[in-house]
Write a protein that binds this ligand. Sequence first.
Ligand code: ADP
Length: 418
Amino acid sequence: MFNRSRRSLAHWFALSMGSILMLFAGVIYYQRAVDRLEENDRLLYTKARFMAANVNYEWRQGKEHFDLSSVPILGRYSPPSDSNLVYARWYSSTGRLRQFYGVQPSDQVQAIAAFETLQAHPEWLRQLTLPVDYNGRTIGYLQIAIPLTDAQTALKELLSIMTIAVPLTLGAISLAGWVLGGIAMQPIRNAYSQLQRFASDASHELRAPLATILSNAQVGLVSPVDNGKTKHMRLEKIAETAKSMSRLVTDLLFLARQAGQLDSNSIQSTNLNDLLKETLLSPSIQSNAHQLNIHLELPEEIIMIQGNPDLFRQAITNLMTNACKYTLPKGTVWLRLVSQYHRILIQVEDTGIGIPEPDLPHIFERFYRVDQERTRKKGGSGLGLAIAQQIVEAHGGRLTVSSQVGKGSLFQIELPLP
Ligand code: ADP
């Protein structure tokens, strides 16, 4: 599935970039051709103007007299060695041929178009037919032509460079598309495998309590009617397992519903000093806090944030419950609120058992437990930290941890100042 998407991404990338490249190459080729033609036209025009300026014309006794002897090439001068004119022709005002140099043309001027490209053999020609005026009246036409060999050679060279460069660039683009496709697919691959792991963990976690409920119910049903104490024990076990399962399902639902951004209607101005004090009194913290020293450290000033107070209470409760659960009797747990220059910190620190270094990068993953057996006995499902992290991130903050085995852990919520 991923390889197909990667191939399709690379394919579309190569196709779009390839089309842009081809278009670009076409525009460059066209522009070069136009430039060369304009260069030739300028040269042709300058030559024609120079020749036309040397035509001597007179109107004597009701007749026109032409003297072309001073016109270069057409006149008595032989063509200069650097002249690349293929031919030069002089036509009268009625279009009749009067004088020429080069190939013998037809008697009548063919078309009086200024510039023309003629596909003659062996080379193409660029021809200019220039009307020559005297006192506002056209007295004749001068027609000259130069070969387009230089321009054709330059364009041929450009074309052969492009024939090599374009496929090579297309190959490089396809390769880049494949590599970029791989990079683009990586986060999707990770998200997909996370989702798969989550689904398999969730079904595994739900299967165990379901099996307990079922087996206890079955044993309860087959035990003798008078065996009241055993039945009571079985029912208690069923109720306990059902409670933990309902907690698990609630947590799962919470994670699914709270994914992404906060609902803007639930955001309100929240006094963090009061919120921390209230949270500390919550039954889930109190029930885990026997024989522990709990310290609440608040700053003198009131710290306000924009957020969802219920969600915040939930995140701090999860961190505090963990700190109490994983700290041995007579240990200490601190809940601190600190306001710094550009951020707010909420710290939950304990002198508990700590978390081994290799487990630290994973503890915010759903269902991750450092010691499966021990944490399951403490009633943990491995979702508490994932929920806390999701809440903090939805508020634009960061949840971090530092811990040392046997010394304790410090969980820190870092929030930007509102
Ligand atoms: P659980 O509900 O199992 O506690 P969490 O997601 O809250 O799940 O925590 C994940 C794991 O991180 C726990 O199983 C526990 O091993 C470890 N952990 C979390 N907080 C602490 C802490 N303060 N001290 C030691 N270990 C902790």
